[in-house]
Write a protein that binds this ligand. Sequence first.
Ligand code: FBP
Length: 552
Amino acid sequence: MNISPLQQERLKYSPKLPGMLRNGIAEICVKEGEETASVADQEKIKALFPNTYGKKEITFAKGQNTSAPKKQVVGVILSGGQAPGGHNVVCGLYDALKATNKENVLYGFKGGPSGLLEDDYLIFDDEYIDQFRNTGGFDIIGSGRTKLETEEQFAVAAEVCKKHGITAIVIIGGDDSNTNAAVLAEYFAAHNTGVQVIGCPKTIDGDLKNEDIECSFGFDTATKTYSELIGNIERDANSAKKYWHFIKVMGRSASHVALECALETQPNICLISEEVAAKKMSLAQITNYIADAVEKRAAEGLNFGVAIIPEGVVEFVPEFSALIQEINELLAGNKAEAFNALKNWKEKFDFIDKGLSSKAMDVFKVLPEAIEQQLFLERDPHGNVQVSLIESEKLFSAMVKAELARRKANGTYKGKFSALHHFFGYEGRCAFPSNFDADYCYSLGYNAFMLIQYGYNGYLSKISNLSKPAEEWVAGGMPITKMMNMERRHGEDKPVIRKALVELDGKPFKYFEANRDTWAVKTCYTYPGAIQYYGPDSVCNLTTRTLALEKE
Ligand code: FBP
């Protein structure tokens, strides 16, 4: 097989475990903590999870093993978007399982949760798993976005587990997948299947966290990858001195990725969706905010800059999300057919003009035509506008350009404005995991097996104290129901894990807020460079700025 020199070296890397897990199950004991309660809607969540609600938090420690010896047959699933380190979760799980008992077996269900329903699997062995150690990607078994959420699916899952004698399922996923892991755990308990379910917190978006789960895996590597690229662009901007770069970064709804990249690279502008929503900012206000920075820099002779735009921002602009809702209504059911049959954009525009309220139309008319058309082109299977596909980096640069033209006509702005656009998302999701993610993921997988061995069900694998060296990390488990509340989804009240958005009174945002006015006007770029895997701790074992500030 052709593998790169770096991959060759990474295969040999030994991920670091928390000190308390280093001697394996023989020297791992459990300390049970307090009973837990869900983050909100306690009575409703308790009623929906009678078998798994309110369980105790647990921490592992060095000590005499008291778990019951039992042959374990475990199934693992990768669910949702790729995140660097997923392979190491599987490797850690496999190593712990084999170190505990050579007879234990690990099944990998292929292509995400659908693999479990379709009984499509492989059985791991040393030769297969060794090719994937410390590598990026989810190609070890593949991933998918099928949701495991109906009773019928759970019944099929229970049958598949019974067929193979599976004792536990590990679901590696984000908030939705772990919500479903909790529901599956409850189903398995209620039906006395004897199958346990353990979740592992994954997503580059960084929005699966709380006071227990300090970060989801993949966030570290993905943001370091984007920050390297943004830093390189900043250096180019500062060398050529002729372009404004508008860079959209992934993160479907929360702005953790954008904020972390801003802390790493000190750009001139970084929008934070949560702030846009809190201040109820309009498109015009956001445009003016960026245009003001462009104007001030131009006054200093600096006709260049870098602006970071979080992927989900437009949904946080109240007037824009109201517009989207009206468009979804306008084309609901078979009305889309009538719209699609119209011959040209002019006819379509008239249809839209008649169908939308005047308030929505005012917002629509402000948009550049390319974006107007995009809103009617890309639809999801339910016929709704696919907001994540809107090129918000182009939207804002076009609006800023128009605003600057107005200012030029008024004589207030005399600079030059030439914009370039980028979108960083997929570039970071399968990068070789940083040492942090390699260690963290391996530990999450190893620890997931300890939770299985000790008989826990409906728990999330938890490794904390992450801003300290791995030796001091703390391993344990948290009942998934602790993160849940009730939310309205598709017209129904559902129990779901609460998404962790950027906290505007949190230290990372406060630091950014205190510095951004200076960064906007002066050129204060910092250049993080490429992820380092070998070398001094100060460059190759760094956590994110977000985590460092949160744990200060
Ligand atoms: P997860 O929440 O499943 O980890 O995925 C998040 C994400 O990477 C987002 O940042 C992005 O908006 C989305 O996936 C893209 O999804 P897809 O892989 O289906 O294009």
